[in-house]
Design a protein around this ligand. Structure first.
Ligand code: NAD
Length: 299
């Protein structure tokens, strides 16, 4: 049985680690948060007291952390995991971070003879729980082939985007587009509701028409239209506004680096910044952008 060290057991990492257990991997888990670690243990993972101890005897380490700073501090520097890591251990970082951070990590791993991939994911918490994530991988083809059994236990689509960092570029292109169609969907739904339409009926019409898109069909932002999505539970859980803002920041940095024109991405970032200006909104799912368009009751 392959041994996996799993670091970062939040909204995404928790269910991903649970799926590895279900598929027969021996998973040793670590998270800075005790409640998250407890949950992973209740799903069959072995508890580790530190990231370093999680790695003992591991064939593969998978990390799913909130941002690049967390990934850098986990692996790099004098106290980082790369120090003393067995070169036979495969490193798969699934966090969404900048392509330059991913390249730096993979290069630093390579200097120690460690094979590494950037493998950010798409699909959200529902796909993480169902084991149907999409992985966008950057790194060498042979490293991806080594990683495939572990990735296949957590997802259904595994793409090789290109060399190191390419998975991250694909991911931020996707998430910039996601933000744009989520905002467009929320705006269109509110326009219909303000003019007397039932958001369920309008959603059905647009689904079957040229306005159909993932936000409308799979992750409807209007409360009461769809069951099982964050909009049906006051926007709790899911993919936070803070994380979407991070991804839009990464997209804008990448666009600046390549002198690419991304006016809609810039507008989406501004609108999420406006929405996330209230700290209460930052922890809500990103589909809560609907509230930016909804009128206060009685207005
Ligand atoms: P989260 O905040 O729910 O979980 C992150 C976890 O990492 C937390 O439990 C935190 O305690 C832990 N952590 C932070 N630093 C750590 C460290 N140094 N060592 C150990 N544990 C540490 O975030 P999430 O929603 O699970 O997202 C994780 C990553 O996946 C992010 O990069 C995000 O952009 C990306 N992502 C999220 C979604 C989504 O729908 N939530 C979808 C696709 C991609």
């Amino acid at each position: 049985m392959e041994k996996v060290a799993f670091i970062g057991l939040g909204n995404m990492g928790g269910p991903m680690a649970a799926n590895l257990v279900k598929k027969g991997f021996a998973v040793t888990a670590f998270d800075l948060s005790q409640p998250m670690l407890d949950m992973a243990v209740s799903n069959g993972c072995k508890r580790a007291d530190s990231a370093h101890s999680a790695l003992e005897g591991a064939d593969v380490v998978v990390s799913m952390l909130p941002h690049g700073e967390a990934v850098r501090s986990l692996y790099l520097g004098v106290h980082g995991l790369l120090q003393g890591m067995n070169p036979e251990t495969l490193l798969i970082d699934c966090s969404t971070i900048s392509a330059s951070d991913a390249r730096q990590l993979i290069a630093a791993a390579g200097e120690r003879g460690i094979e590494a991939l950037d493998a950010p994911v798409s699909g959200g918490t529902a796909a993480a729980a169902a084991g149907t994530l999409s992985f966008m991988c950057g790194g060498e083809e042979k490293t991806l082939e080594r990683a495939r059994p572990v990735l296949s236990a957590m997802g259904t689509n595994i793409f090789h985007a290109g060399p190191a960092g390419s998975g991250q570029v694909a991911k931020i292109c996707n998430n910039m587009l996601l933000a744009i169609h989520m905002i467009g969907t929320a705006e269109a739904l509110q326009l219909g509701v303000d003019n007397g339409l039932d958001p369920k009926v309008l959603s059905e019409i647009m689904r079957a028409s040229s306005g159909g898109n993932w936000s409308l069909e799979k992750y409807n932002p209007y409360p009461g239209v769809m069951e099982g999505v964050p909009a049906s539970r006051d926007y709790a859980g899911g993919f936070s506004v803070a994380l979407m803002l991070k991804d839009l920041g990464l997209a804008m940095d990448t666009a600046a680096g390549s002198a690419s024109s991304t006016p809609l991405g810039a507008l989406a970032k501004n609108l999420y910044q406006l929405h996330g200006g209230d700290p209460i909104n930052r922890v809500l799912d990103f589909s809560s952008i609907q509230n930016l368009f909804r009128r206060p009751a009685g207005d």
